[in-house]
Design a protein around this ligand. Structure first.
Ligand code: ADP
Ligand code: MG
Length: 258
C-alpha cells in the first residue's frame, strides 16, 4: 500500500512546492513509484514538471469533486516511475464548492483509496492555507511533511497547524502522523538561520529530518525550465540534499552523523 504524505504549511514561500517537486523526483530516481498531486491553484508543482493542463484535461479539482479518478488524471512525466495529477486555477473554486458537498473533508481520501495500491508514495503539495483543500489533504494522508524556512518567523503558524492536526486526529483521521519537520533554505553563514535551525532541532528533536535543505539558486532556477533540480543540475547542493531527503523518507539513509 502506498504511503500518502502531505507537504503542508499554511505559510507561503517556505519551500512546500520545491520539496514536493524534488522529493518526488528523488524518490522516483531511487526506483520508487510515485504519484504527485498538485493541490495548489498556483499550479507551481505542475509547471515545475513542465506540465500545462489543457482546459478539458482532468485535474486535482476534478479528483476532489469526483468528476475524475486519480488514475484518469495522472499524467506521465520525464521520469518513468512518476506521475503527476496537475492543478488548475479552478481549484480556488473548490474551497467554496466543497462547502455544500457531502463528506466534504473526505473527498480526496476516498479518491486516493483507488490508487494507493498502484504507488509506493503519493505526495500532496498543499496550498498556503488551512482551508477545505488542505483539510482534504490532512484527512487523506498518512503523514505530514512540514517545511520550515530557516528564518525568524519559522515557527509562526506552526501552533495553528498543530492544533488543526489535533482536531483532524480527533475526528477525520485518527492515524495522522508527523513524517517530519524539514528545515529549508538553510544558510550556514547566517547566524540567525543557524540559531533557528538549532532551536527547531532542540525543541522538536527526532521529529526534524536529519537532511537540511540549503539555500541554493539551482532550486529556484529549475522550475522555469520545467524540471526538478535533480534533473536540471543533479550535482548541485540543492539536488543532492533532496536526493538525501528521498533516501531518508524511504528509510534508506545510511550515515548517522550528528
Ligand atoms: P511554497 O510552496 O511553500 O510557497 P516554494 O517551494 O514555492 O514555497 O518556495 C518559495 C520560493 O523560494 C520559490 O521561488 C522557490 O524557488 C524558492 N526556494 C525554495 N526553496 C529554496 C532553496 N532551498 N533555495 C533557494 N530558493 C528556494
Ligand atoms: Mg507552493
Amino acid at each position: 500500500m502506498g504511503r500518502v504524505i502531505a507537504i503542508v504549511n499554511q505559510k507561503g514561500g517556505v519551500g512546500k512546492t520545491t520539496t514536493a517537486v524534488n522529493l518526488s523526483a528523488g524518490l522516483a530516481l531511487g526506483g520508487h513509484s510515485v504519484l504527485l498531486i498538485d493541490a495548489d491553484a498556483q499550479c507551481s508543482a505542475t509547471s515545475g514538471y513542465g506540465i500545462r493542463l489543457a482546459e478539458e484535461e482532468p485535474s486535482t479539482y476534478d479528483v476532489i469533486l469526483g468528476h475524475a479518478t486519480p488514475a484518469d488524471a495522472a499524467r506521465t512525466t520525464m521520469l518513468p516511475s512518476l506521475r503527476v495529477v496537475g492543478a488548475s486555477r479552478d481549484l480556488v473554486g473548490a474551497e467554496i464548492e466543497l462547502v455544500s458537498v457531502e463528506n466534504r473533508e473526505r473527498r480526496l481520501r476516498e479518491a486516493l483509496a483507488t490508487v494507493r495500491g498502484a504507488y509506493e508514495f503519493i505526495l500532496i503539495d498543499c496550498p498556503p492555507s488551512l482551508g477545505l483543500v488542505t483539510l482534504n489533504a490532512l484527512t487523506g494522508c498518512d503523514s505530514l511533511l512540514i517545511p520550515l524556512q530557516c528564518e525568524y518567523y519559522a515557527l509562526e503558524g506552526l501552533t495553528a497547524l498543530l492544533e488543526t492536526v489535533a482536531l483532524v486526529r480527533d475526528s477525520l483521521n485518527p492515524e495522522l502522523a508527523i513524517e517530519g519537520l524539514l528545515l529549508t533554505m538553510y544558510d550556514g553563514r547566517n547566524t540567525l538561520c543557524r540559531q533557528v535551525a538549532e532551536d527547531v532541532k532542540g525543541h522538536f528533536r527526532d521529529k526534524v529530518f536529519r537532511t537540511v535543505i540549503p539555500r541554493n539558486v539551482r532550486l529556484s532556477e529549475s522550475p522555469s525550465h520545467g524540471l526538478p533540480a535533480l534533473l536540471y543540475d543533479p550535482g548541485s547542493r540543492g539536488a543532492l540534499a533532496y536526493g538525501e531527503l528521498a533516501r531518508e523518507v524511504a528509510g534508506e539513509a545510511t550515515d548517522d552523523v550528528d
